[in-house]
Design a protein around this ligand. Sequence first.
Ligand code: C2E
Ligand code: CA
Ligand code: CA
Ligand code: CA
Length: 278
Amino acid sequence: AARNRPEGVARYTGRMPSDGVLAPHLMSELSRALEREEIVVYYQPQVDVATGEVRGVEALVRWAHPVHGLLPPAAFIPAAERTGLIRPLTFYMLDRVLRQAVEWREAGTPLRVAANLSVRDLLDPTFAKRVERLLAQHGMDRNVLELELTETMALVDPERSMEVLQALAHLGVVLSIDDFGTGYSSLAHLQRLPVHRLKIDRSFVTGMIDDDACAAIVRSTIELARNLGMTVVAEGVEDDSTFMSLRDMGCDVAQGFGLGRPVPADQIEALVGVIEDR
Ligand code: C2E
Ligand code: CA
Ligand code: CA
Ligand code: CA
């Protein structure tokens, strides 16, 4: 039953313009929302394809707005990026996520937690130091934290972001390329980045059963990751046949609505049980 729980985002009933951009006054509300703890973290399970066990989660931000209801990231992340509010938001998320990781470890269900970065984080020369401080504050092993970035982000200022990424990799946090296959970076650029995982974009995964071209892209991305010594995560796994096909292809990790929707932290443990029974 837990795996069928609707994602909170569906409850959003506010008047968001169709372009997803909130009115300017909502941006000043966002900084207050951070103080008032209206920014909440949902977690989506990541399943080890070979064993069916949940080993990690991706943290996905939501804004529990007092008037507009639960807002999806698309409603406020783009504006937060433009205004620079994304930097405090990233740190708020990292703090929450590490606190949660400590709780899961203490409960005997340790999980790796992945958080999403923004381009501003990658251009901030103090970013890795601040992540290091946060990890120390929480007393958390560095490889418990995974940070996701897109190829496009890393290309905005390749030299500056390379320095930030190298510092993060040196720290021992896990780095992932998100939405892989949708950017325009070359394989030569990818190969230079100090990243450990590729996340195949869900547009290829969701269609792979019916579309041979999608299946071919997924298959060759898995092979590419393997050849580069990276692990590979498939996002957007919506049904069992996709999961089984990914297992046949040797994919390492799967994530998607068919395995578990993003839910508040306290529902993750129940979901772990459900998935282990599959
Ligand atoms: P993303 O990083 O690619 O995250 C995956 C998105 O796909 C999530 O949407 C998730 O709910 C959705 N998803 C997961 N499985 C499935 C599936 O099987 N089918 C379909 N159709 N969708 C699936 P969400 O939570 O709305 O997040 C959207 C985007 O917002 C994220 O895309 C990420 O780019 C951004 N985002 C989320 N949280 C944060 C954050 O804390 N910081 C930053 N900077 N960006 C964030
Ligand atoms: Ca992501
Ligand atoms: Ca993604
Ligand atoms: Ca995405």
